[in-house]
Ligand binder design. Structure first.
Ligand SMILES: [Zn+2]
Length: 122
């Protein structure tokens, strides 16, 4: 009984995602099917905020903190709403959403570095 409590505290401290299967942006994006009826909110924007669609109404959930969001309004920004309602979420405090943007932009620059490696092989 006591050891269970200690484990929970340690997990919260380490900030592990509750649903690691949705850690990939593309996996989250794929959860948005034809049931997603919020035409003013792009699935790409919602998925980028760490959220995946649970397949009911307009309900999404954060893969990291497990927090649920729904009843979207046209003025809502998924990332801002996520921060407002779940400010302690590790996805937000560790700024994991920035890492995804960096990856996309950094690809073009990184491909230039491979030439030097090939020469050293010969
Ligand atoms: Zn979260």
């Amino acid at each position: 009984m006591l050891s269970n409590k200690v484990t929970t505290t340690q997990l919260q401290y380490k900030m592990l995602p509750k649903r690691p299967e949705f850690e990939e942006y593309t996996v989250r994006l794929n959860t948005f099917n034809e049931k997603w009826q919020v035409d003013f909110l792009k699935p790409e924007l919602v998925a980028r905020a760490g959220l995946w669609y649970i397949g009911e109404e307009d309900r999404v959930r954060c893969y990291f903190c497990g927090g649920g969001l729904r009843r979207w309004e046209p003025k809502d920004d998924p990332l801002k709403e996520h921060k407002r309602l779940f400010p302690t979420c590790g996805f937000l405090t560790m700024k994991l959403y920035e890492r995804e943007t960096d990856n996309h932009e950094g690809k073009a620059t990184q491909t230039f570095g491979s030439e030097g490696n090939q020469k050293s092989k010969l």
